[in-house]
Ligand binder design. Structure first.
Ligand SMILES: NC(=O)CC[C@H](N)C(=O)O
Length: 312
């Protein structure tokens, strides 16, 4: 097999010259002004070797990729009881859709659509308090990376998320009417907007993802961050729901559990083999990184890492 470094160098070159790059998210200026030409990728293998290419050390807004980490924390806090508050099924709907909530009594389909992530945050705010939840999430992420201070919450992005977040505010209030938001809506949303505003680079995102590659263990400290069973649960949900109404296409094209964000980042995990982060800010129609998806597709074609291959 060609070395990973050579494979990702060739992928970065293909992405550098790609003409069609998607569209950057435009709902807040900090996302709208990101250069469409950016592309970065980081791959960390099971031995801890990190290969990077392009803008892999450039911080970006991880947005909904953060839902993986808040959900991991909520599983730790609540265990299987969490399924009374959020379900474990794909939605087939856009990330910010409200339609299913009415017929399904305010219980979101899964923790990775906005409604589900807001419920997850409500659980964490009830357990740790509004500021405590933020601090714990930051501690969780920083414990997994080599340069902890590089992971930040961008307060300006959080403020703008709040100022423009009418759909998320509606989702939270609507679920409150079913009793599925238990804290003051503002407190839960404050945490949600701050977690969307987390900033890190591909290198750090791939480092954070290593616990999912290693059956829930932090390879740096050997600490069990989540149980092996919960790591499997998170990965299964990433495969089924990590790309919203684009999840089926992502599973077929890439064949790895993955989670996207509107900042153009994707975290993908080849269990036992690699933690991969890619960033390209241009999005496709479902709000997932256009070139990020293509880059992962190329990587899997050349490494054979799809979990659906018999040899995996
Ligand atoms: N898909 C996403 O990354 C969505 C995150 C965005 N901040 C929102 O709440 O709508």
């Amino acid at each position: 097999m060609t070395q990973i470094a050579d494979i990702i160098a060739a992928i970065a070159e293909e992405m550098r010259i790609a003409a069609e790059r998607g569209t950057v998210a435009s709902y807040i200026p900090p996302l709208a002004r990101v250069d469409l030409g950016r592309f970065g990728m980081a791959v960390i293998d099971a031995d801890g070797h990190c290969h990077i290419v392009g803008d892999a050390d450039e911080p970006f807004s991880i947005q909904s990729v953060s839902k993986v980490f808040s959900f991991s924390m909520a599983l730790n806090a609540m265990g299987e009881e969490i399924w009374a508050r959020v379900r474990q099924e794909p939605s087939g709907s856009p990330f910010n859709s409200i339609v299913q909530l009415e017929s399904e009594f305010g219980i979101p389909r899964n923790p990775f659509i906005n409604a589900g992530a807001i419920v997850v945050d409500d659980i964490l705010v009830a357990r740790y308090g509004k500021d405590g939840a933020q601090k714990r999430l930051l501690d969780f992420l920083r414990s997994l990376v080599s340069a902890p201070d590089a992971i930040q919450m961008d307060r300006d992005v959080a403020r703008q998320e709040k100022e423009t977040g009418f759909r998320n505010i509606a989702l939270a209030n609507y679920m409150r009417t079913f009793g599925n938001i238990r804290n003051p809506v503002e407190d839960t949303l404050d945490f949600y907007f701050h977690q969307c505003a987390l900033t890190m680079s591909c290198r750090q995102l791939a480092e954070v993802g290593t616990y999912l590659m290693m059956e829930g263990r932090n390879p740096r400290t050997k600490e069990q961050v989540v149980t092996p069973r919960h790591a499997q649960t998170v990965l299964a949900l990433m495969m089924m729901c990590g790309h919203y109404d684009g999840s089926g296409a992502f599973a077929i094209r890439v064949g790895l559990p993955g989670k996207s964000g509107v900042g153009g980042g994707i975290l993908a995990v080849a269990p036992g083999i690699a933690s991969i982060a890619v960033w390209s800010p241009g999005l496709n129609a479902q709000g997932n990184s256009l070139l990020g998806t293509r880059a992962l597709e190329r990587l899997v074609q050349q490494t054979g890492w799809s979990v659906f291959r018999p040899s995996y």
